[in-house]
Write a protein that binds this ligand. Structure first.
Ligand code: IMP
Length: 426
């Protein structure tokens, strides 16, 4: 039975929370496998709006929410999110967390901010949540895992080792004060007892669940083009949000993944720096931003907005082997007389139909647009494909052709019910 991965097909904020929520009650486990509280899922359930940064959206349905080993966990944020949900009557007691997940500490957040400042106009535009520094410590073998919190001796040694080099940098290069290991230890140890009952052998739990033919949903954060290996490096996050990351980030083998659902917005947005060929810097971009409420859930930054770029989504469909696409926020495009869709780029005077291999080319790519007829009818109440206006249907069908993957679901409004399902996602 299915292991299903949901992956963003663009640069994040595609509305993955809403799409995973569609699978809701039929899912046994919902797993976050990468990233940390740099993510932002906004979910509207029964008219109530929830903004999640770290917890999987499964926290709001009956499935068991899981934080896998591939995630970096800021325990302050975790408990704040849990307390916030509990205060609104949401039960979070089923949450389990991998003992191998790494923790984000204060020094990771400090390093994130000072390095961004130091980079000046070469900055990445990170969320400032300590994500990159926590992953670099993990790869440098200087990270602190959740399981390390339960052995004070080991924890002290690891914190001291991690701080030694950072304090040199902080004081001598960045002109900041050194961080005392005790400050960090105090905070981590204060969290240890609370997190202890949540810790589980996630790999075993998930594989056992799949053995029992249950449904395991792997919920990607960020997106394909923010992947550290496959995205627009260095303007990426520091983990692997792609479908393959579900395997490394949770301990489930690739043969156990049966379905990969790409989530693509009906237009494109991006937060932070980096190439974005269809970006609109004019009133049209402003209209998309206002109509689509394109302001970050995590940092509140304005999202950069532009037209749908078929090359961007096609590249994601190929590298992730999407079986389906869920197209979100189609209702936001209502009212345009015609809607440009990027079908190719012109790079140094030559046309290319696929994403350029070299990033210098990508930076210089000029979009080649095809203009599709728009619609004026309100589509937010449509629940079947047949109910959509003919031009809306044609827009969806053309995107399918360009991207080379079927579109199985469409979002036509923010709430859970406002979806048009064409093919079942399980
Ligand atoms: P970091 O993940 O905070 O290191 O930021 C690296 C890049 O990824 C920046 O451009 C961020 O704006 C972007 N980013 C990280 N998380 C998200 C997300 O959930 N949605 C959109 N962009 C994100």
């Amino acid at each position: 039975m299915p292991g299903i991965v949901v992956v963003g097909a663009q640069w994040g904020d595609e509305g993955k929370g809403k799409a995973t929520d569609q699978l809701g009650d039929r899912v046994d486990y919902t797993v976050r496998y990468s990233g940390g509280n740099n993510a932002g899922h906004t979910l509207v359930v029964n008219g109530e709006k929830y903004a999640l940064h770290l917890l999987p959206s499964g926290i709001l349905n009956d499935s068991v929410p899981v934080i896998g080993n591939g995630v970096v966990v800021d325990l302050d944020v975790l408990f704040e999110e849990i307390d916030g949900l509990n205060a609104r009557g949401v039960d979070t007691s089923k949450l389990i967390i991998s003992a191998n997940a790494h923790v984000i500490t204060e020094y990771h957040k400090v390093m994130d901010k000072v390095t961004e400042r130091f980079l000046g106009n070469r900055r990445i535009g990170t969320t400032g949540r300590g994500i990159g520094p926590a992953y670099s410590d993990k790869i440098n073998r200087l990270g602190i895992r959740i399981q390390d919190l339960f052995d004070e001796n080991i924890l002290r040694q690891k914190v001291e080792a991690a701080l030694e080099q950072k304090n040199h940098l902080l004081v001598k290069v960045y002109n900041r004060r050194a961080i005392e290991p005790n400050e960090i230890l105090e905070v981590l140890l204060a969290h240890a007892e609370r997190v202890r009952p949540m810790v589980a052998d996630v790999t075993r739990v998930l594989n056992d669940s799949l053995d029992r033919d249950e449904v395991v949903l792997f919920e990607g954060a960020q997106a394909h083009h923010l992947d550290v290996d496959h995205g627009t490096y260095p303007y990426v996050t520091s983990s692997n949000p792609i479908a393959a990351g579900a395997c490394t980030g949770s301990g489930v083998g690739p043969m156990r993944i049966n379905r990969v659902i790409g989530i693509a917005k009906a237009y494109t947005t991006r937060v932070g720096e980096g190439p974005f060929p269809t970006e609109l810097l004019d009133a049209d971009g402003e209209k998309l931003r206002t109509d689509g409420a394109e302001f970050g859930t995590t940092t509140g930054r304005n999202r950069r907005c532009g037209w749908f770029d078929a090359l961007v989504v096609e590249a994601a469909a190929t590298a992730n082997a999407f079986t389906d696409i869920f197209l979100t926020k189609l209702d936001i495009l209502t009212g345009w007389e015609n809607i440009p869709v990027c079908v190719a780029y012109e790079v140094n005077g030559e046309r290319t139909d696929v994403l350029p291999m070299s990033q210098s080319d990508f930076h210089h790519a000029l979009p080649v647009y095809e203009y599709l007829d728009g619609w004026t009818e309100d589509i937010s109440g449509c629940r079947t494909f047949a109910e959509l206006p003919a031009n809306t249907q044609a827009y969806v069908r053309r995107l399918e052709e360009l991207v080379g993957c079927r579109i199985s679901g469409i979002g036509v409004g923010p709430s859970r019910e406002q979806s048009v399902m064409i093919h079942d996602l399980i």
